[in-house]
Write a protein that binds this ligand. Structure first.
Ligand SMILES: *Cc1c(COP(=O)(O)O)cnc(C)c1O
Length: 639
């Protein structure tokens, strides 16, 4: 009865709070009164919103299977606007004399349609591109049209790369070579003399400022790229000697990605602004200060300096940068430079959402046990019962240790033939009864022993889901990054199960068992009980940055289906682009199989089976059809 009452009192507001959607959604996502997740493509400015479930039904009608990666072009546009407008406002409010010109680093999401959309939508802000390799430069040059936007070339550059960049300059692009290591400068000068094209040169520096966070190896003294101060001075002298100091226009650093703490960002800007001023005093024309990436995304919505969050807003980031650069330049009487940032993560993270269905659930259910141990029980079983009967809040750690100890003893005795399978099974049931009581008691404790930190996930249901962590959220596997995950519907109902998520790779790492929380990391995700007659859909949000191209072919699960959506001001929307995911034949050919030959070989096998009288010719036809369909099929679970 109590349960029914609770269910009735559940509200959409409670779901919003439970899943934190307003904290991490940046105004782009909310929940409708009928319990579905909605996208608000124009943010808080407009009340246009579209239900994910409506979009999904359109996708299903078009014959696409789950999982599907949804991309919302609107969110790219909105984030580019947000960044540029924030800088514009900070520039205006402070009467800063330079401009802001952002560049989008291609490596963060290299999909052609992303780059094209950035170039198209960013044109009004002269938002440019950053490339880190020859391939990226070649890609960028096929898309970029805006001659006022910057094209920043980072990464190690060979002759071909340099020649292409110089030709870009000749064609009128603001294409900068950022010198990453001392040796590069020589080659740039040689090629420039040969081709008679004057380069635009930037220097990447190693700052002494370091930042906390997951991805910050690129900053600090020990970063592999960038010049230290000695090398910087040598480079200046080299340019002076060649009479080329007038090519030095830009100073660059990249502290690392996802910098959670604004103090680290500030201290890096202070140091870089000082170095910039010194280069001007050395006689370099300069004009551009490129602060790299690092602007973080608040994945868990906690607004803290935790590695999956950030303790500042985009507005604050912009204001701090403008104020620091301005005050440094004013005190040295130096013109305010054009500010460049290479913000990738924050530009594209919101853009993609992975949507998938739940295939099955392994519920954690423990059998009830009698109140006292059955007669003739083994002593170890009696010991487990003793724990069960004497447990209280104070001795919980001790009980946990003892329970583990006795369970392991039981397993040992079983191995030596001293305990029957039935006895072992009963002992394990008692053990799990103890563990689930400990998990319940733990909730009452303000502080609990570290051993118990993720005990909930041990007694959680396992929701088997139709996707691959390795393909679609590789950073969760690689560096335990957290992404917000939320059911896309049924949010008027109370989620009554605690779950961990398993993907379908059957790899023990193919799971998600850490989830966002405002104060901590959760080890279970509350989800709804599966219903027999209805699919249950979940979304992993904020996967637009880095996940798509880092994904791999673990267990030969390939690219997912991708559907790009554009929503119009009146709430109508189009599926502007659909990309079919990899087929089984595709992924096999990536690892050097030849699907045509495979069909021939398999046919030979089937023919032999006919000769041996194992199958009939008619059966061969059916078997061949199944094999052929398998090759053409989607790598994920198909209905
Ligand atoms: C990766 C990278 C970026 C992007 O950083 P974000 O934190 O994603 O904005 C920018 N610049 C350089 C040089 C990079 O290597």
């Amino acid at each position: 009865m109590i349960k029914k009452e609770l269910l009735e009192r559940w509200t959409v507001e409670k779901s919003e709070e439970l899943y934190g959607i307003k904290n991490w959604g940046a105004g782009y996502f909310n929940i409708s009164s009928n319990g579905e997740v909605m996208i608000n493509p124009f943010g808080k400015k407009s009340d246009v919103s579209v239900s994910f479930m409506d979009i999904l039904s359109g996708i299903k009608q078009r014959g696409f299977e789950m999982p599907v990666l949804l991309r919302f072009e609107n969110l790219l546009d909105a984030q580019i606007s947000h960044l540029n407008e924030s800088f514009r406002k900070a520039i205006k409010d402070n009467n800063y004399q330079g401009q802001y010109k952002g560049v989008y680093p291609i490596k963060v999401n290299q999909q052609q349609q992303v780059i094209e959309e950035v170039a198209k939508y960013g044109e009004c802000y002269h938002h440019g591109l950053e490339v880190g390799s020859k391939a990226e430069l070649i890609g960028a040059l096929s898309i970029m049209k805006d001659k006022e936007a910057c094209l920043i070339c980072n990464g190690y550059k060979d002759e071909e790369f340099i020649d292409l960049g110089l030709y870009a300059v000749k064609m009128g692009f603001q294409c900068f070579f950022v010198v990453e290591i001392p040796g590069e400068l020589e080659l740039i000068m040689q090629r420039s003399e040969t081709l008679k094209i004057k380069p635009l040169i930037g220097m990447r520096i190693k700052l002494s400022s370091k930042a906390g966070g997951h991805w910050t190896e690129s900053g600090g003294d020990r970063s592999i790229f960038g010049l230290n101060t000695t090398q910087l001075i040598e480079a200046v002298d080299f340019l002076k000697a060649k009479n080329m100091l007038d090519s030095l226009k830009l100073l660059h650093y990249h502290l690392g990605s996802q910098i959670p703490n604004i103090r680290d960002i500030r201290s890096a800007v202070v140091e870089a602004a000082r170095i910039y001023a010194e280069l001007v005093k050395e006689g370099a024309p300069m004009g551009y200060l490129d602060l790299g990436g690092g602007l973080a995304v608040d994945y868990d919505g906690s607004n803290t300096n935790f590695s999956n969050s950030r303790n500042y807003s985009i507005d604050e980031y912009c204001v701090d940068i403008i104020e620091i650069v301005q005050s440094t330049m004013n005190s040295e009487n130096i013109p305010h430079p054009t500010i460049i940032t290479e913000s990738g993560r924050v530009t594209v993270a919101y853009y993609s959402i992975l949507v998938f269905n739940v295939l099955d659930v392994a519920k954690f259910e423990i059998e009830a046990i009698p109140e006292t141990p059955p007669e003739n029980s083994h002593d170890l079983i009696k010991s487990l019962y003793y724990i069960l009967n004497t447990m209280n809040l104070k001795n919980i750690q001790e009980c946990y240790n003892d329970a583990l100890y006795y369970r392991d003893e039981v397993r040992d005795l079983f191995k030596h033939g001293k305990i029957s399978l039935r006895e072992r099974s009963f002992a394990e049931t008692v053990f799990w009864n103890i563990i689930s009581i400990i998990a319940k008691e733990k909730k009452k404790m303000k502080q609990y022993p570290p051993d118990l930190s993720d005990i909930e996930s041990a007694i959680a249901d396992i929701y088997y889901c139709n996707f691959s962590v390795f393909q679609s959220a590789p950073d969760h596997w690689a560096i335990n990054q957290l992404f917000p995950i939320i059911p896309l519907h049924r949010l008027t109902e109370m989620p009554t199960r605690n779950a961990v998520i398993a993907d379908i790779t059957c790899d023990c790492d193919g799971k998600i068992d850490s989830f966002i929380d405002l104060h901590d990391v959760q080890h279970v995700l509350p989800l709804h009980e599966l219903q027999h007659d209805e699919d249950y859909y979940l979304g992993i949000f904020l996967v637009g940055a880095y996940q798509e191209t880092l994904g791999d072919l673990h267990n030969l699960f390939g690219d997912t289906n991708v559907v790009s959506v554009r929503i119009y001001q009146n709430g109508d929307y189009d599926f502007v682009r659909e990309i079919e995911g990899d087929t089984v034949a595709d992924v096999l050919s990536y690892v050097e199989f030849n699907p045509k030959q495979m069909l021939l070989d398999f046919r030979e096998l089937a023919e032999q089976a006919i000769r041996e009288g194992k199958i009939t010719a008619n059966e061969r036809r059916e078997i061949m059809k199944a094999y052929d369909n398998g090759l053409r099929g989607y790598t994920y679970f198909e209905k």
